[in-house]
Design a protein around this ligand. Structure first.
Ligand SMILES: Cc1ncc(COP(=O)(O)O)c(C=O)c1O
Length: 236
């Protein structure tokens, strides 16, 4: 349901790729890890160094991105804010991208003022840079605070998987009320964007259970409450 809400390019019977998490912080750790691993695998295959990954964000990012960078040893390259402009400038972000950039993270609903960053412009500029350099730097959208607003209030706004470079999106279920705290989501564009080696297949209860989360056990009440709201309220 959420992958469709974010316009993931899925065929009729194709399963969406995603995971329920404790919140956006965990979702972002996992998304970042997938980008890092994908970038490293590509660099290894090309016989190039893979020890200096970086990620480009605006200086307005929530602390979870700083945590991701520090915990997973990725250099954080922040686009500075300036007087009268308090989100990531896509032009400046693309200038910071180099061959070691695992992704550019844009925010839909900046923590500081709620403003949406211009993901469409970022996609446009990055596509051009990728064409010129031969890199294929992707985009992640941190839609913690906007992912369950934009599809309903601004359906025409292109910020999600309609943009080809957007490979993963996170959203916090618990930022909108109507659910219990402790629910977030990460959705990937498709299977290729989540390296298989990060998914563990366990069978403790008699059937295959793929798992890609930091914690293993958690309550299901949050998932059930979120599911109920989506079914009960639908688009309205
Ligand atoms: C843009 C953004 N990203 C990530 C987070 C972290 O979300 P969570 O509290 O669900 O881990 C927040 C929370 O304030 C946020 O505003």
């Amino acid at each position: 349901m959420i992958a469709h809400l974010f316009n993931a390019p899925l065929g009729e019977s194709e399963a969406a790729v995603g995971v329920g998490t404790v919140g956006s912080s965990e979702a972002i750790m996992l998304a970042g890890l997938a980008f890092k691993r994908k970038w490293q695998n590509k660099r290894k295959a090309e016989g190039k160094p893979f020890d200096k990954p970086n990620i480009v964000t605006g200086a307005n990012v929530q602390v979870c991105w700083e945590k991701f960078a520090r915990y997973f040893e990725v250099e954080l390259k922040e686009v500075k804010l300036r007087d009268g402009y308090y989100v990531m400038d896509p032009e400046k972000a693309v200038e910071l991208v180099d061959e070691n950039t695992i992704c550019v993270a844009a925010i839909l609903g900046s923590t500081l003022n709620g403003e949406f960053e211009d993901v469409k412009k970022l996609n446009e500029l990055l596509t051009k840079k990728n064409q010129e350099t031969g890199w294929d730097t992707p985009i992640h959208v941190d839609a913690a605070s906007g992912g369950f607003i934009a599809p309903f209030l601004y359906p025409e706004l292109e910020w999600d998987f309609r943009l080809p470079l957007v490979k993963s999106i996170n959203v916090s279920g618990h930022k909108y009320g109507l659910v219990y705290a402790g629910i977030g989501w990460c959705i990937w564009r498709n299977k290729e964007d989540l390296p298989d080696e990060l998914i563990f297949h366990i069978n403790y209860l008699g059937a295959d259970q793929p798992t890609f989360t930091l914690n293993f056990s958690k309550g299901s009440s949050q998932v059930i409450a979120q599911y109920y709201q989506l079914i009960r309220l639908g688009y309205e």
